[in-house]
Design a protein around this ligand. Structure first.
Ligand code: HEM
Length: 493
């Protein structure tokens, strides 16, 4: 009663009106006039030419740019590529964790890796929603699990033995070319299957070569230009689809089951019980070859170039082979390769210095904040492309001692420089949510090759230490890597 009376009182009506008016006025002022809580945006790279200056700088060479800007701007900075398209770099383990761990809804790969779609084909990887892509990556994981790898190793070893049996007693070879050939043969056998390896190798290699040629830097921005290399790429993709369709059908009809990635993909099923289609199997195999072939052959060449230029590590790798031979003779299998820790560190160090994938990208769909090692916060707005760089981050001096020196022992127990500064210090294989699924396969393959070479040949690098070929999409080794070889039997005692 008293309240009713009071609310009817004109004095209370006035007070309520004043209160509501004040609240509305404050809301209007705060929305339009008061400064918004300030975003702490990363510093921006200054470019001499407006609008497209950033793009030109990026295309001239991202690593050159990072080397110039990191000392000035620190671990987080933005480049305006063109108009309002920005790319923000997160360099080093302190600021790149979110890059590697974020969910696909926050930081996605789909947009930035779209350029792969015409090569991989429809219905796979970056052409499908994340939920389907996740299932397809499960197929990769299953095809690369240890039980499968054990079978692949036997094929890797027999491929290496067969390949090097064709070398003479002594001679000179371009090691880069030789290892490229051997890796294609091995990848064909383990991934594409024996039909391709034994009968269709030349045809399929030529088609993969055409797919490769279609992947030019321009294709990253314009994947469907009516230019000859794109037309050839599209024809090659169709022919590959036809070849694989024939192989898949013949396997299905004969009921034959092989131990290779092709078989795993044929047998894979989505959660709803749907089997993979022939087109999906072809696309996934192409994706596997693109992910694993150049990366592995480049790494095996760098590993060799460093071993042949560093007598201390060559001696350690030879000693390790002798010790393992004392226990296992000439036998090589998955578990024996896994004992080769010295060789592992030698390869890992070559890959630290020369990661073939120099730039990893995501597209940001949410604002997020990173904190630098100096304790400074930066807000990265939604809409930016976000990048990190294995080629640059793997040589940070506060993470790796004397970062430009080849020093495989930096990974030995007691030093473990790849772990001391935290996860995502060593990122040649990426890490976190999208870390490489083929890492164990790659190491096994490179170890199978190098253990065979170390045991059976004396090798000498006769050309100068190779330089990096920055122009390739998968950054590799420039020119020939000439090696003189002589057959030997590694004395065990
Ligand atoms: C030395 C050899 C290799 C290197 C340096 C390498 C490097 C990488 C890197 C850096 C990524 C992460 C990309 C990103 O975060 O955007 C990646 C992802 C991937 N790699 Fe490798 N890779 C190698 C060999 C292989 C092989 C042999 C295979 C398969 C046979 C393979 C399959 C994959 C797959 C399927 C992914 C995607 C994983 C995902 O997004 O969840 N890679 N690789």
């Amino acid at each position: 009663m008293i309240l009713e009376k009071q609310l009817g009182d004109p004095k209370w009506v006035n007070i309520a009106t004043i209160l509501i008016t004040t609240l509305i006025t404050f809301k209007i002022i705060s929305t339009f006039l008061l400064p918004k809580p300030k975003k702490n945006l990363p510093p921006v790279i200054q470019t001499p030419i407006p609008i497209i200056g950033g793009l030109l700088q990026f295309l001239k060479g991202p690593i050159v740019m990072l080397r110039k800007e990191y000392p000035k701007l620190g671990s987080v900075f933005t480049l305006n590529l063109f108009f309002n398209k920005n790319i923000t770099f997160l360099i080093g383990p302190e600021v790149s964790a979110h890059f590697f761990k974020a969910s696909e809804t926050d930081l996605s790969q789909q947009e930035v890796y779209q350029f792969n779609v015409p090569t991989f084909g429809p219905g796979v990887v970056f052409d499908v929603d994340y939920s389907v892509r996740q299932e397809q990556f499960r197929f990769f994981t299953e095809a690369l699990r240890v039980t499968k790898l054990k079978g692949y190793v036997d094929m890797m070893v027999s491929e290496a033995e067969e390949y090097f049996s064709k070398w003479g007693d002594s001679g000179e070879v371009d090691l880069k070319h030789e290892l490229e050939r051997l890796i294609i043969l091995t990848a064909s056998r383990c991934l594409l299957g024996e039909e391709v390896r034994n009968k269709l190798f030349d045809d399929v290699s030529a088609l993969f070569h055409d797919l490769d040629n279609g992947m030019q830097p321009i294709s990253v921005i314009f994947p469907y230009l009516p230019i000859p290399c794109h037309r050839t790429r599209d024809r090659a993709r169709k022919k590959l689809a036809h070849i694989f369709s024939t192989i898949i059908n013949s396997r299905k009809q004969s009921g034959k089951s092989e131990n290779d990635m092709l078989q795993c993909f044929i047998d894979s099923k989505y959660k709803n019980g749907r089997p993979t289609t022939e087109s999906e199997v072809t696309g996934l195999l192409i994706a596997a070859l693109f992910a694993g072939q150049h990366t592995s052959s480049i790494t095996s060449t760098w590993s060799g170039a460093y071993l042949l230029s560093n007598p201390k590590y060559m001696a350690a790798a030879l000693d390790e082979q002798k010790n393992i031979m004392k226990d296992h003779g000439n036998q090589i299998d998955h578990d024996i390769l896994s004992e080769m820790n010295v060789l592992y560190r030698c390869i890992k160090e070559a890959l630290r210095l020369h990661p073939p994938l120099i730039m990893l990208l995501r597209s940001s769909h949410c604002d997020f904040t990173v904190t630098t090692k100096e304790g400074k916060d930066y807000d990265i707005p939604k809409g930016h492309i976000v990048a990190t760089s294995p080629a640059f981050a793997n040589r940070l001096p506060h993470v790796f001692k004397d970062p430009d020196t080849y020093d495989p022992d930096r990974f030995s127990p007691g030093r473990e420089e790849d772990k001391v500064s935290g996860a995502f210090s060593y990122i040649s294989f990426g890490g976190g949510r999208h870390g490489c699924l083929g890492e164990p396969f790659a190491y096994l393959q490179i170890k199978a090759i190098w253990s065979h070479l170390l045991r059976n040949f004396e090798l000498e690098l006769v050309s100068p230490f190779p330089e990096t070929d920055w122009n390739a999409m998968v950054v590799g080794v420039k020119g020939k890597v000439m090696v003189r070889y002589k057959r030997k039997v590694l004395p065990v005692n």
